[in-house]
Design a protein around this ligand. Structure first.
Ligand code: DHB
Ligand code: FE
Length: 280
């Protein structure tokens, strides 16, 4: 039987991937962020999970205004590296897990979650920034990745509670997969930030800290929030924090927090966590 052993949280801003590519991880500017990846890298090396289920969003790279799935899953055996307009990053293609991805697709769609099933879905910074920060400069990725993309970009977007329920549904579906796989779920994005408009540059460290506390101990209260409440507290683009609820929904009710880091220097409140599943 497959089981979820932990949930990770990571930001996914493109600048993070660029810092990896330029070897700037130890610069004064980036060190407080990349120090936060060290325990996560060590955890991955120690635990050697088989699969990462990665919750992120496309940023008008593979989808555009003519076609925006609310939830999408990538079932390919290899995920391409997208060119986001400044050239492809020098990363190997990311191995998928077609069998698990199809299992999740069937279980979820038949269980009431209508994911769009994507046979080709080049990945952008939403997936690649966290992957390259967690596993920098690999010749081959040591883990298979099943991307699940959530539309957090163009309204109407799914509610926070729906994202939490998606996580619950993923947990059930993983548990019904026959082969022994050790799975990590990874929520990406946020936390507080606003990249346009009057409140451009909004960062709310107090709200980010409260979010991380409640994510750990009381995620249902976050799932009850409206998009407007997220936006008022953390800025327009912070609404992507609902993708962390997909991750949390896939974990046991109680989790063991073994890592938490927070840093804000750029336009975004960057947070990292490891929550170990207490039923694994
Ligand atoms: C930026 C982009 C993102 O997708 C994000 O989640 C945070 C920051 C950026 O362009 O800075
Ligand atoms: Fe983003």
């Amino acid at each position: 039987m497959a089981r979820i052993i932990a949930g990770f949280g990571s930001p996914h801003a493109p600048a993070i991937g660029a810092a990896v590519d330029r070897g700037e991880e130890q610069s004064a500017y980036w060190k407080p962020l990349f120090d936060g990846y060290k325990p996560m890298r060590a955890w991955l090396e120690r635990e050697q999970p088989d699969v990462l289920i990665l919750f992120s969003n496309d940023h008008f790279t593979s989808f555009f205004l003519d076609f925006i799935p609310t939830f999408a899953i990538a079932v390919a055996g290899q995920h391409e590296i997208a060119d986001e307009g400044w050239g492809r990053r020098p990363l190997p293609e990311v191995p998928g897990h077609t069998e698990l991805a199809w299992h999740l697709s069937r279980q979820l769609i038949e269980g009431g979650f209508d994911l769009s099933v994507c046979h080709r879905l080049p990945l952008d910074h939403g997936c690649l920034s966290p992957l390259s920060a967690l596993m920098p400069r690999v010749a081959r990725w040591p883990v298979c990745v099943v991307p699940i993309l959530v539309n957090v970009l163009h309204f109407p977007i799914p509610t926070a509670v729906r994202c939490f329920q998606l996580g619950r549904a993923i947990r059930q579906a993983v548990a019904s997969y026959e082969d022994d796989l050790r799975v990590v779920v990874l929520g990406t994005g946020g936390l507080s930030h606003q990249l346009a408009g009057e409140r451009f540059g909004t960062i709310a460290p107090d709200w980010d800290a409260e979010f991380l506390d409640r994510l750990e101990t009381d995620p249902k209260s976050l799932a009850a929030m409206s998009h407007q409440q997220f936006i008022e507290r953390g800025g327009t683009e912070s609404v992507e924090m609902i993708m962390w609820l997909c991750m949390r929904g896939a974990l046991s009710e109680k989790v063991r927090r073994v890592h938490r880091n927070y840093y804000h220097a750029t336009l975004t409140g960057y947070a990292q966590v490891i929550f170990e599943d207490t039923e694994a």
